[in-house]
Design a protein around this ligand. Structure first.
Ligand code: GLA
Length: 696
């Protein structure tokens, strides 16, 4: 990474992208460039100080600052807002010095307030191979009086000067997550956020920006994400001065953090990337980075699981689960998950959350006999938990009613009849670690599904040591602590993040969870759109998907399987009701999946069409060396007399000959991409086709 400290200017060059910043002539740390890597250092624009437009828009409001702080005549979204102990409510940062880490990939820029002993450190880490930059800020109070942070965002990402930018983001609700949404940015701020304590089903903390012309295949796309699993805010702002930027960080709504003398506060990381290969390139960069650097077990190939929830609900027993397990093993399942209903006093959703030991009536000898029989059938065993929650009817709540998040003078709103334990509290963290550690130590548990089935209410913490509003951050830190401790003690366990489906998927939780439960909506048709949105940000090896009985009868079993085979395949239907023919078909599909899952989990993904707006679509996965691939194609409903248009594959090597299973002829990659593949599917039909490079 070239660096010119003498001129206080830095260029961070990655594989094909670059990012440049400098202290401008007015002494302000300003953005210079983010885009394709340029041939010469001189190509990168200098940081020039803009001229004031009027007394209403002075130079300070027009400078594209790297980390604007609320101060002076600035009215754009700031990243930082503080109050000092004397009531002064702005920050005037002055650049002091830069440091470059030994590996030459991390730059630290130090700024200090013009008057107060308050330091801002901006961190820039280049993930060179992925064309990604990781940014975060550390705020340090070097004075002898507390400072209150009121907004502490992670980064502001500037787009090149220009207009007509378009924001792509993922929006939804429970059972309907991750819908791709595209909005033209006009003058003003588009703010997407969570106030729910978790990331939420409503907005992923991921964005992509283009000039309105990028496609899946081509065009420039800038994108980013936040590694945080709680309240977040993302503000896409376009000014009247051809400046567009996206700021991202902890939500400042109801946020405050007391920084005591000598203390530091570090924001979560934000990742930003640039792709010149359209949205596919952007997704693939992020997928590779997540697989290589975020996921605890990396790009592992995950087992085919069976989950009992949709079959037996809360009515689990040793016998019912043994019977299901036998049927699951017979169709080729490798991992059997006992979902909700197994713990002390749990018969429905009105009781028992908090009491994490096996129900004595349902499992008189504990879980060990069931686990042993699952293991004898050749499968691993996994368990559902919802550690952050408690029901009023539980031993835990009777013993510790003060452990839940609450305002003392308000009724405690329940949702799904449960309340939220305050994971900001050390005693709650210790209780959970002890309970769950015992469970994992005493039983041969290979997989844990960690659920969270409601959002926050009355966000109080009456005996907080400091400002109660710190709960938003301290809760998530507590969650990370509990989860990380359990991971450390049980490193072989595979963890799944679930929050009523995809209510907590982000780059923060994916440091702890190997996969995510994508949605409680398991209809194979609805899932195509949800999975499409999911794939923009997160890789298929994290996307758990089950074939179930939730689809209408006109959606064949094969369609439901093919839809789920686009991620980590699971089965969630009631196997006791499946006919022998269905089981035989399922077994054949699972076997086919096992032959290709390394391509799905570890290869590159190409979206062929958009199921959110088209009836005939496909998803193609190719190995990194492009010698093997697998195509899943789907047709939902197209009224008579429409025909299925061909699907146009992408990503093939242009001059290599390929065969597509079931389609006559061999053609070069380029020829297939031009000709397309006609599959002739009928309504609600799907297919899986292998793709092979022909050996010459
Ligand atoms: C949530 C999950 C489901 C299931 C139930 C159990 O809704 O998303 O998959 O585990 O909880 O109560």
């Amino acid at each position: 990474m070239p660096i010119d400290a003498a001129e206080n200017a830095w260029i961070l060059e990655m594989k094909s992208a670059a990012y440049a910043l400098a202290v401008d002539p007015a002494g302000v740390l300003a953005h210079r460039y983010w885009g394709p890597r340029l041939p010469y250092r001189e190509d990168y624009p200098p940081a020039s100080s803009p001229h004031s437009w009027a007394s209403f828009d002075m130079a300070s409001n027009l400078t594209r600052e790297e980390y604007p702080c609320y101060a002076g005549t600035r009215y754009v979204e700031p990243c930082l807002k503080v109050t000092f102990c004397d009531g002064v409510r702005d920050v005037v940062p002055r650049f002091t010095h830069a440091e470059l880490d030994g590996d030459n990939a991390t730059l630290r820029l130090h700024l200090r307030d013009a008057y107060y002993p308050f330091e801002i450190t901006l961190h820039y880490r280049a993930h060179v191979a992925y064309d990604l930059l990781e940014r975060w800020a550390t705020l340090t109070n070097q004075g002898d009086a507390p400072v209150v942070l009121e907004r502490a965002w992670s980064a502001q990402w500037h787009l090149p000067p220009g207009e007509h930018y378009r924001l792509t983001h993922l929006a939804g609700r429970w059972s309907d997550e991750m819908h791709l949404q595209r909005d033209q940015l006009t003058s003003g701020v588009v703010r997407l956020e969570s106030r729910r304590l978790a990331t939420g089903h409503q907005h992923a903390n991921w964005f992509a920006i283009d000039r309105g012309t990028a496609s899946e295949n081509a065009g420039e796309v800038w994108f980013g994400a936040l590694a945080w699993s709680g309240n977040f805010a993302m503000a896409a702002e376009s000014t009247a001065f051809t400046s567009t930027r996206v700021s991202i960080g902890l939500n400042d709504w109801d946020f405050a953090w007391q920084l005591q003398p000598g203390e530091s506060f570090s924001t979560p990381s934000s990742i930003g990337g640039f792709s010149a290969q359209g949205f596919t390139g952007a997704s693939q960069q992020l997928h590779d980075y997540i697989r290589d650097h975020v996921l605890p077990h990396g790009a592992a190939v995950h087992k085919v699981l069976y989950n009992s929830w949709e079959a037996t609900g809360f009515q689990v027993s040793e016998q019912s689960q043994r019977t299901l397990a036998k049927r699951a093993a017979a169709i080729g399942v490798e991992l059997f998950i006992l979902d909700d209903g197994w713990f002390h006093g749990r018969d429905d959703d009105a009781a028992a959350l908090g009491d994490w030991w096996p129900d004595e009536r349902k499992f008189p000898n504990g879980l060990a006999p069931l686990i042993a029989s699952v293991n004898e059938l050749g499968m691993d065993f996994g368990l559902w938990i919802e550690p952050e929650m408690v029901n009023a009817r539980s031993e835990l709540y009777r013993a510790h009613p003060d452990w839940v998040i609450h305002f003392p003078t308000r009724a405690r709103s329940e949702a799904r009849q449960q309340m939220i334990l305050n994971l900001a509290r050390a005693d709650v963290q210790e209780y959970l670690i002890a309970q769950l550690d015992a469970l994992l130590t005493q039983n041969n548990i290979a997989f844990v599904k960690w659920d969270m089935n409601r959002n926050v209410s009355e966000p109080g913490w009456p005996d907080a040591p400091g400002d109660q509003r710190e709960i938003w951050v301290r809760y998530v830190q507590g969650l990370y602590h509990v989860w990380a401790t359990l991971r450390e003690r049980h490193p072989g366990v595979i963890w799944q993040t679930c929050a009523g489906g995809g209510g907590r998927v982000d780059l923060g939780i994916l440091r702890l969870a190997d996969q995510a439960w994508t949605s409680d909506n398991t209809d194979g048709v609805a899932r195509l759109g949800i999975q499409e949105g999911y794939s923009y940000a997160y890789p298929a090896c994290t996307m758990e998907a089950w074939a179930t009985d939730a689809s209408p009868a006109y959606v064949p079993l094969s369609f439901r399987f093919h839809s789920s085979m686009c991620g980590v395949l699971g089965v969630g239907g009631d196997l006791l009701r499946w006919s022998d023919e269905m089981c035989a078909e399922a077994a054949a599909l699972i076997e086919q999946y096992k032959q290709v899952r390394h391509i799905v989990h570890q290869g590159d993904q190409f979206r062929l069409g958009s199921p959110q707006s088209e009836a005939c679509t496909g998803v193609l996965y190719l190995t990194k060396d492009r010698t093997e691939g697998v195509l899943f194609a789907f047709r939902t409903f197209v009224p008579f007399p429409a025909q299925m248009p061909p699907l146009f594959p992408r990503g093939l090597l242009p001059t290599i000959l390929y065969e597509f299973e079931g389609i006559p002829g061999q053609k070069s990659g380029l020829a297939w991409e031009q000709a397309g593949i006609a599959l002739g599917l009928g309504n609600f039909e799907s297919t899986m086709r292998l793709v092979r490079a022909v050996e010459l």
